[in-house]
Design a protein around this ligand. Structure first.
Ligand code: CP
Length: 307
């Protein structure tokens, strides 16, 4: 593949190749010499129009561990504030020799447009409420490394599905890899047609307590208050009471089940500190796995035999 824009860009073989490559990359992180020469002479641009901690830093770490040159661009403090368009910004970066552009943008679809304008590879690092495919890959990697497989897993994705690019990409990728996804949350935050539109077999439930005992994985989503008005979200207390994961609810899960969250978390809203910091939580592991998975993505886009 040339670009990674959507979870739907990946068939099962390609997704598995990325996860397997990430497992090899993870061994590099444990070595004394952490760098590989694979992308020496290549330039990766991190083009961030929206805030990020995990994604931006892990793409930077991933590119550097592969010996690529990294240019970090943040819209704040750039000529974007003077009105420069995404296209002109992209062409400027291309003129500086970008082989790959990793883009986060508040507008859904921005990475797709960018892919028409630049010669290099485009990686979607989160676009609006649309998709975040490398998050889905690192989540799948974490599930596979903790539970040994993806096919046949029951994964509950819980909370603000409506605004979640993480949920969309996870439904697409996990379905491709044979997991069964159930979307759980209040009806106002799960659009009626979303499950059917994303992938056949994806279920919907409005009752978290009934879903937990049959789940191998529960993935809590951040409540994105900045993207909603109060008609979606009448009361934080009511939301936590019905859809927050606390200690007693976590104990309804099977013993082997894991708890995930892409971060950043609203501690006390969708997840309590007791759960977030428990041995079942993979939240910190997800961040560490993100570096290996993004190394694998950059390696396969830029260093593989498609160039
Ligand atoms: N999970 C995630 O995308 O986090 P950031 O917004 O910090 O990158």
């Amino acid at each position: 593949i040339r670009h990674l824009l959507s979870g739907a860009d990946l068939d099962a073989d390609t997704a598995t190749q990325i996860l397997d490559t990430a497992a090899e990359m993870a061994t590099v992180a444990g070595r004394e010499v952490k760098k590989l020469p694979a992308l020496r002479g290549r330039t990766v641009v991190n083009l961030f129009y929206e805030d990020s901690t995990r994604t931006r830093i892990s793409f930077e770490a991933a590119a550097k561990r592969l010996s690529a040159d990294v240019i970090n661009f943040s819209a704040k403090g750039s000529s974007v504030t003077k009105g420069e368009s995404l296209k002109d910004t992209a062409l400027t970066l291309q003129a500086m020799g970008a082989d790959a552009v990793v883009v986060r943008h508040p507008a859904s679809g921005a990475p797709h447009r960018l892919a028409h304008w630049v010669d290099g590879s485009v990686v979607n690092a989160g676009d609006g409420t649309h998709e975040h495919p490398t998050q889905a890959l690192l989540d799948a990697y974490t599930m596979r490394s903790r539970l040994g497989r993806l096919a046949g897993l029951s994964v509950a994705v819980v909370g603000d599905v409506l605004h979640s690019r993480v949920a969309r990409s996870n439904v697409l990728l996990l379905s491709t890899l044979g997991a069964k996804v159930t979307l759980v949350g209040p009806p106002t935050l799960i659009p009626v047609d979303i499950a059917a539109a994303l992938a056949p077999g994806t279920g919907v439930s409005y009752d978290l307590d009934s879903v937990l005992p049959g789940s191998d994985v529960v993935m809590m989503l951040r409540v994105q208050r900045e993207r909603m008005n109060d008609s979606y979200f009448p009361s934080a207390r009511e939301y936590s009471r019905r859809y927050g994961l606390d200690g007693p609810r976590m104990r309804r899960l099977p013993e082997h089940a894991i708890v995930m969250h892409p971060g950043p978390m609203n501690r006390g809203m969708e997840i309590t500190p007791e759960v977030a910091d428990s041995p079942r939580s993979t939240i910190v592991e997800q961040v560490a796995n993100g570096v290996s998975v993004r190394m694998a993505v950059l390696y396969l886009l830029l260093g593989g035999n498609n160039r």
